[in-house]
Structures are given as structure tokens and as C-alpha cells.
Design a protein around this ligand. Structure first.
Ligand code: MG
Length: 249
């Protein structure tokens, strides 16, 4: 089966499941870590170092599974497991700060190959670009302006500071729809992590899952991805075709 057919079928299946008449893409809600930046390798290393130093037994790869949660949520998953209680607000603040410092010590994460092309195709098609991230790390948020000039400003960005519940709650993507002024069937979500995919899917939005780390594609499908790509480059190469498919249905 060819690629174009799969893309079209994914959109048709989504419309059927949701009983939407059309998918009229006016806005793309785009995740940051592991989507725009190849940064998860550093995040997982920083989390692992901070938690191990604290005496919490953990596995480096498990932090890929928590991607999309806020820092406080991630800390509390491990606190519950290790100590049977949640961390205090002061502990969360101190530990997230420490994790951020360890992250900053690591070599700068690169732009995800294919991400710039993806942003360009969206702009060429008049599709609004909005960032929806669980991160609150200023170091990466500040880089966005420099790395993607004119694309992301504070007005078209939802970060951990704008939500009560992080991914997998639908709240971040619902807030993304709100600031873009569009309905769920007028947007797509672009995500690399199962919790982020669940957040987008539960917000009723066509959710593109892109494998950019060790997470298996089955987990992305279980989380609710409507279509899967093996890399950001593969997605950016098919994006025009996806946009075309939504107009033909
Ligand atoms: Mg991500």
C-alpha cells in the first residue's frame, strides 16, 4: 500500500471516529522537546542524574515515558514510588532547579532534522503555528526565538506555566486551540511522546505521532496517534500530501 493512501485513510478514519465532517487545518499545535529539538537525550540524562543523587532508584529510559508531564508531576511519580508520598512545593522547586542545571551542563541539543522544513510547509499553506510544551525551562524557550525566527512568540505558546494539568491531560492542547481561536477539527497536533499524543487525542484533535526516540510505535498508537511517522524528516516529506488529503475528503 502506498504512503498517500495510508495518509488519506488515516484522515478518513479519524473523521469517522469523531463524526466530524471535515478536517480543515488552520493551525498546527506543535510540541517542543523531541519534536522541534533533539533534546530528550539530555532531559533523560539530567533527570536520571538528579534522581540517582537523591537516592531514588530509577532507569534512564523510563524518563522517555514521562515526557510531556510537568516537572512537578515527574518528580511526584518517583517520590510516590520511592517514598510513598508526594514532594513538597519547596522540594519540587529545588529538585526541578537542580535538574535544569544538570540539563544546562550538557552539550546544546540540536534542532530536530526536518523540523524547519515542517514549519516552512505549514507557513506556505497559511497554517498557524502554536507551541504546546510541558516544559518550563527558560533555556530552551528562549532559544526558540533565535532558532526559529519569527515563528514562536509568547502569544502563540502554551508552556507548563499556562496550565494546571500537564500532558496527558487534554488541557494543554485545549488551551492551544483557545489561543489559536480554532475548533478541534481545525487543527493537528504534532507530537513525539505517548503522554503528549494522549493529550492531543483526548482534546479531539488529529494527532500525528513521530518516533524520534526509543519509544515503540505500538505505544504511540495505544496513546491515540492517528498517523505515525518514523522521523521528523519522514513527516515533513509527507506533510504536503497530508494537507492535500484533508482538502480532498
Ligand atoms: Mg516531546
Amino acid at each position: 500500500m502506498d504512503c498517500k493512501k495510508i495518509t488519506k485513510q488515516s484522515v478518513e478514519k479519524f473523521l469517522q471516529d469523531k463524526t466530524y465532517k471535515h478536517l480543515d487545518i488552520k493551525c498546527a499545535l506543535i510540541d517542543m522537546d523531541g519534536t522541534l529539538y533533539n533534546s530528550m537525550i539530555n532531559h533523560t540524562a539530567a533527570w536520571y542524574r538528579m534522581m540517582t543523587e537523591l537516592g531514588v532508584k530509577c532507569d534512564r529510559d523510563e524518563f522517555y515515558e514521562y515526557e510531556g508531564m510537568t516537572g512537578a508531576q515527574t518528580i511526584n511519580v518517583l517520590f510516590q514510588r520511592a517514598f510513598g508520598k508526594t514532594a513538597t512545593d519547596d522540594e519540587v522547586k529545588e529538585l526541578y532547579h537542580k535538574k535544569t542545571l544538570y540539563f544546562q551542563e550538557l552539550p546544546k541539543a540540536g534542532i530536530m532534522p526536518g523540523a524547519e522544513k515542517m514549519l516552512e510547509i505549514l507557513a506556505q499553506n497559511g497554517i498557524k503555528r502554536v507551541l504546546v510544551t510541558g516544559s518550563g525551562q527558560a533555556s530552551l524557550l528562549d532559544r526558540l526565538q533565535k532558532d526559529f525566527p519569527g515563528v514562536f512568540t509568547r502569544e502563540n505558546m502554551i508552556t507548563s506555566k499556562d496550565v494546571t494539568h500537564g500532558k496527558p491531560s487534554p488541557e494543554p492542547y485545549l488551551k492551544g486551540l483557545e489561543i489559536a481561536g480554532v475548533k478541534p477539527n481545525e487543527a493537528i497536533v504534532i507530537e513525539n511522546a505517548p503522554l503528549g499524543i494522549k493529550s492531543g487525542a483526548d482534546a479531539g484533535i488529529f494527532t500525528v505521532g513521530i518516533t524520534t526516540g526509543p519509544i515503540k510505535s505500538e505505544k504511540m498508537l495505544q496513546a491515540g496517534a492517528n498517523i505515525l511517522y518514523n522521523s521528523m524528516e519522514e513527516f515533513s516529506n509527507d506533510l504536503q500530501n497530508l494537507i492535500k488529503a484533508t482538502k480532498e475528503i
